[in-house]
Ligand binder design. Structure first.
Ligand SMILES: [Zn+2]
Ligand SMILES: [Zn+2]
Length: 208
């Protein structure tokens, strides 16, 4: 059974970092570690979880700032879409140059592409490429949960005025890849509160 917990590791950006695990195997992933966090590491130890991957939904600085810390701590591979992989290594590209302390992550250990399968124990999840906020944006689906990064928020969508952004592409990504999932899918975004696919289909003013 899949469970998750939300952490806010970067107060100024309120990025949602998600710890996601399989209760049988205790295998876990960290999605978008926003910053180093001893508290998160302690909770991982207390729950006896084994971190098997770090996934970045995209390459912006507020979603990758903890990559180095957790990568070193757990010696676990980092996965990101190929179009955003260079952002890990370049503070100008990941925009942290302009936001706060420049952030450099270790390089990606492997690349995540559209429809790739990922596993926690025996539970299969799936990656969808959802460009529009950045070129390499992805969402991660472990039914009934969808970790939607900065592609889709509760009644809002990711901004498209940054480098690589494109509103029409973002709207298409959401309609084709996310709105095709069951209505009861729980949407867990990169910022702000959770939603459901059904609610967003009905009420999201940007992609109705
Ligand atoms: Zn972003
Ligand atoms: Zn963000």
């Amino acid at each position: 059974m899949i469970k998750y917990k939300t952490f806010n590791l970067l107060e100024s950006f309120e990025t949602n970092t998600y710890l996601v695990w399989d209760t049988d195997s205790k295998e876990a992933i960290i999605i978008d570690p926003a910053a180093p966090s001893d508290n998160l590491a302690e909770q991982i130890s207390a729950m006896d979880l084994k971190i098997v991957h770090i996934f970045n939904t995209h390459g912006h600085g507020d979603h990758i700032g903890g990559n180095e810390y957790f990568h070193r701590l757990y010696n676990c591979p980092i996965g990101i879409h190929p179009y955003d992989a260079d952002m890990l290594l370049n503070a100008a590209l990941n925009l942290s140059d302009f936001m706060y302390t420049p952030i450099i992550s270790p390089a990606a250990n492997y690349l995540l592409r559209d429809r790739d399968s990922i596993y926690l124990g025996e539970i299969r999840g799936e990656v969808f490429h959802t460009p529009g906020h950045t070129k390499g944006g992805i969402v991660i689906y472990f039914a009934p949960y969808l970790f939607s990064g900065d592609t889709l928020f509760n009644l809002d969508v990711g901004r498209t005025d940054l480098p690589g952004g494109d509103f029409n592409q973002l709207a298409n990504s959401i309609k084709e890849k996310i709105f095709s999932l069951p209505d009861e899918t729980i949407v867990l975004p990169g910022h702000g509160p959770a939603s459901t696919v059904g609610k967003e289909k009905q009420e999201n003013p940007y992609v109705k």
